[in-house]
Write a protein that binds this ligand. Structure first.
Ligand SMILES: C[S@@+](CC[C@H](N)C(=O)[O-])C[C@H]1O[C@@H](n2cnc3c(N)ncnc32)[C@H](O)[C@@H]1O
Length: 268
């Protein structure tokens, strides 16, 4: 069977998903597949098994096995949250605010997407990342190794595993913490509920983790240091009060939602 015919007849998934699954099944580029190449029976069988997985609500990115983020490709699997475009936008925002940061911290690192993209952008910086999930730590370490980057990935609660020697010296701190309230979880689409619950839900209110970051952040930042945190649009203006010491304000994502707490410490 030809790939273009197969794309035409598969109507249970959106065309872009069909094409991406066909790329996985064949190892070919999407443009070749759209133009039409002959597929082996084995390739068709693999493709059909991938379609069945996707129709069973397995996230597309877990099936593909990786996502691009900044200039890096990050492996993802059900042990970690799939990095989102909103988080990539946070990355783009903060890199415009710093020139040559020497110390970077990424709290709640998950797959290590922010830490790795920042290390790629600022190779001379020492990058420290933490996560409370041992599974996430394994994925982030493996991603760092795969990219050939030396970053310090440590297991623990927020700042707890970050070395004390870094206190007062952080030039750039980023985080995409969990920020959903417990009650929001059951309304999530079924494929999002395949991602780790603890990566999504922060507690009864949803602002529990970001508040803890805000309470501790002043001790860690260097003069002139930049902070960028992804938050829920429902908490942005309430949690920003926890970041006033570091000049925090709220910025919007590309769709106009209040999604980031951004701040810069005075240079003294
Ligand atoms: C929303 S995910 C973000 C993952 C990744 N940074 C990204 O942008 O895709 C939140 C991550 O925070 C971790 N986490 C939750 N509570 C934490 C805590 N108290 N300290 C450190 N990490 C935490 C979860 O395990 C999860 O990996």
């Amino acid at each position: 069977m030809r790939s273009d015919e197969l794309i035409g007849v598969q109507d249970k998934l959106p065309p872009h998903e069909v094409l991406r699954l066909l790329c996985v099944a064949t190892g070919r580029q999407s443009v070749e597949l759209q133009l039409g190449v002959e597929l082996t029976p084995d390739q068709v069988a693999v493709f059909e098994s991938l379609v069945a997985r996707r129709l069973g609500n397995e996230p597309l990115q877990y099936i593909e096995g990786s996502v691009p983020f900044g200039s890096v490709e990050v492996a993802v699997d059900p042990r970690v949250l799939i990095p989102r475009p909103e988080t990539e936008y946070l990355f783009e925002l903060v890199v415009t605010m710093v020139s040559e940061p020497l110390v970077i911290v990424d709290l709640c690192t998950g797959s290590g997407n922010l830490a790795l993209a920042l290390k790629a952008r600022f190779p001379n910086a020492a990058v420290y990342a933490s996560d409370v999930s041992r599974d996430a730590i394994s994925v982030a370490r493996s991603n760092a190794e795969g990219a050939g980057f030396e970053i310090n990935v440590a297991h623990g609660n927020l700042f707890d595993p970050i070395p004390q020697t870094v206190k007062g010296r952080v030039d750039l701190l980023v985080s995409n913490p969990p920020y959903l309230a417990e009650r929001e979880y059951s309304d999530l689409p079924p494929d999002v509920r395949r991602e780790p619950r603890d990566a999504l839900v922060a507690g009864a209110v949803g602002d529990e983790v970001v508040r803890r970051i805000g309470e501790q952040i002043g001790d860690w930042m260097a003069p002139g240091g930049v902070v960028g945190i992804e938050v829920s649009e429902f908490h942005a203006w309430s949690v920003v009060d926890y970041f006033t010491d570091i000049g925090g304000t709220v910025l919007q994502d590309l769709t106009g939602r209040d999604r980031y707490v951004i701040g810069r410490l005075p240079f003294e």
